[in-house]
Design a protein around this ligand. Structure first.
Ligand code: ATP
Length: 268
């Protein structure tokens, strides 16, 4: 079907250097409209740098990025077509939960008539409706993350970018988030681009997985395809064959812990 093969994100020869570090090294890939596309790789692989470039927050050193039919260098218009949920909460602490979403809705020109309804729906989804009039500065880290997710969805984006969105969330909230993302993807044909270093998350949620390591895309396909080309029977084993190492879970765990300490998520 034509619509299925429509490309919504087009990336050609994209690179980013930070002085001597090549964070992203000449990557090219396409994301089809309606896909759930995951960048799977260890800490430091270049996932966040890529997502920051795709969302216009960071200038590439070289390469082309087309999002939703726009060359992202040409226009800021493209920004209204996507929602972003980042690792670090970027909410306004001096506003209430409701006001944060309202402010975002206004910025993204969500019509007044549907804004209230949408805010209510999103706050109920992340179980914060009862706390809507509380200041965000009094929220725990976990509550802030949930609010951030609600905010990313408020303007009904065509593409949702999620940078390790479940980092630090409890298993129940994680599952809830992915179920909801899958529902949005299915019912509204919302394209999802996510990054993760959790193998099971990529396996469970994504249709297409790009394995990224040291700034390069090593392989791309469905989980089954990656297993087929590596003659393995799990994504974990395929990853090992393709990259020559495991996900370095220990390093990841230590780094995650360091990240959490500063943030005090408050979600068990
Ligand atoms: P993580 O999930 O831990 O953030 P990642 O896969 O998202 O990992 P990036 O954050 O994109 O990886 O980092 C890729 C590489 O670029 C790393 O070596 C990192 O140290 C480096 N890097 C990222 N941002 C900067 C920066 N602003 N200045 C210098 N180096 C950077």
């Amino acid at each position: 079907m034509k619509i299925k093969s429509e490309i919504i994100i087009e990336v050609k020869n994209l690179s980013k250097k930070f002085k001597d570090i090549i964070a992203v090294d000449n990557i090219s890939f396409n994301v089809k409209k309606g896909d759930i596309f995951a960048f799977l790789g260890p800490n430091g692989a270049g996932k966040t740098t890529t997502i920051r470039m795709l969302t216009t927050l960071l200038h590439p050193t070289s390469g082309y990025i087309g999002v939703n039919g726009f060359d992202i260098n040409d226009t800021t218009e493209v920004r209204s077509s996507f929602g972003i949920v980042f690792q670090d909460p970027s909410l306004d602490n001096e506003l209430t939960a409701y006001e944060n979403l309202e402010f975002h809705g206004i910025m993204y020109k969500v019509p007044k008539e549907i804004r209230r309804e949408r805010i209510e729906l999103m706050l109920k989804f992340v179980s914060l409706w009862e706390r809507r009039d509380d200041y965000v500065k009094n929220f725990s880290g976990g509550m802030k993350r949930r609010l951030e997710i609600a905010r990313g969805l408020i303007h009904h984006p065509k593409i949702l970018f999620l940078d390790e969105p479940t980092l630090g969330l409890d298993p129940q909230t994680r599952n809830h988030l992915w179920d909801y993302v899958k529902k949005l993807n299915k019912n509204e044909n919302m394209t999802v681009f996510l990054t993760t270093h959790y193998m099971e998350e990529a396996n469970k949620v994504a249709n297409t997985i790009a394995i990224i390591d040291n700034g390069k895309i090593i392989a791309m396909g469905t989980s089954k395809e990656l297993q087929k080309i590596t003659k393995t029977n799990s994504l974990e084993k395929a990853f090992l064959v393709l990259t020559g190492h495991s996900m370095r879970e220990e390093a990841g765990t230590a780094r995650d812990r360091a990240k959490f300490q500063g943030r005090m998520w408050g979600v068990k």
